[in-house]
Design a protein around this ligand. Structure first.
Ligand code: ATP
Ligand code: MG
Length: 210
């Protein structure tokens, strides 16, 4: 009976893709807020191997981005990190990742995908976006720099174009970005408290973003 119950229990799993170059408190806050609001069983962080929109820019080694993501999430029992994209030598398209994960998770798993509002604004350029929107429930977290009415407008446009529901969630505003952290490091400015402390020290130890 117990085994039967376990098998039947539907899990709600959220995936959060990103370059995480480096992971920062903005990522962690939205993941945790959405996890609580949607009663998710776990959030899986998926560092991109070769990010489609950034492949021509300089991105830190996947190994470093993976380790930093592990360090940042280790104290949250509901957070996990997946190697699925960094172990692949192809460009990381979310649609491919989700299809692979769907085969691994039990069939009744309810999948969510967490993004920031800026990602919603260029969702139209993602591979097989229509199918993607139907494979998982998208939740877009607000992000400073993007006005809420603008996000609503974009969401409405996508919803009618792809006949898919996208949810928006207001999270405590954190105007933190990886770009700004890398810029600060280059300029010799402090990054303290923008990233979790172990990530900060990992960056120093490995001489990243100098
Ligand atoms: P970069 O500046 O290099 O693009 P980033 O800070 O945007 O880095 P990504 O790894 O590109 O981080 O983002 C992964 C996901 O997290 C994206 O969906 C992005 O919108 C979201 N995100 C990142 N930072 C924030 C933030 N401060 N608030 C809300 N969402 C965020
Ligand atoms: Mg980004």
């Amino acid at each position: 009976k117990e085994i039967y119950d376990k098998k039947e229990k539907m899990e709600r799993i959220a995936l959060m893709g990103g370059t995480f170059d480096p992971i920062h408190h903005g990522h962690l806050v939205i993941a945790e807020q959405i996890r609580c609001e949607y009663h998710l069983d776990k959030v899986v962080f998926i560092p991109a191997g070769i990010p489609p929109h950034k492949s021509n820019l300089q991105v830190a080694d996947a190994k470093h981005r993976y380790f930093m993501t592990l360090l940042a999430t280790v104290t949250n029992p509901y957070f996990e990190v997946s190697k699925i994209e960094i172990e692949d030598d192809q460009v990381s398209y979310t649609i491919h990742t989700i299809k692979k994960l769907k085969k691994i998770y039990p069939e009744n798993t309810e999948l969510y995908f967490i993004t920031g509002a800026d990602a919603i604004c260029d969702l139209d350029t993602w591979k097989d976006v229509k199918e993607l929107l139907h494979l998982c429930n998208f939740i877009a977290a607000t992000r400073p720099g993007l006005e809420s009415p603008l996000i609503d407008e974009k969401i409405e446009e996508l919803q009618s174009k792809y006949e898919a529901k996208i949810r928006k969630m207001d999270v405590p505003a954190l105007a933190i970005s990886s770009t700004d952290i890398r810029r600060r490091r280059k300029a010799g400015q402090s990054i303290k408290y923008l990233v979790p402390e172990p990530v900060e020290y990992y960056i120093y130890k490995n001489g990243l973003y100098r």
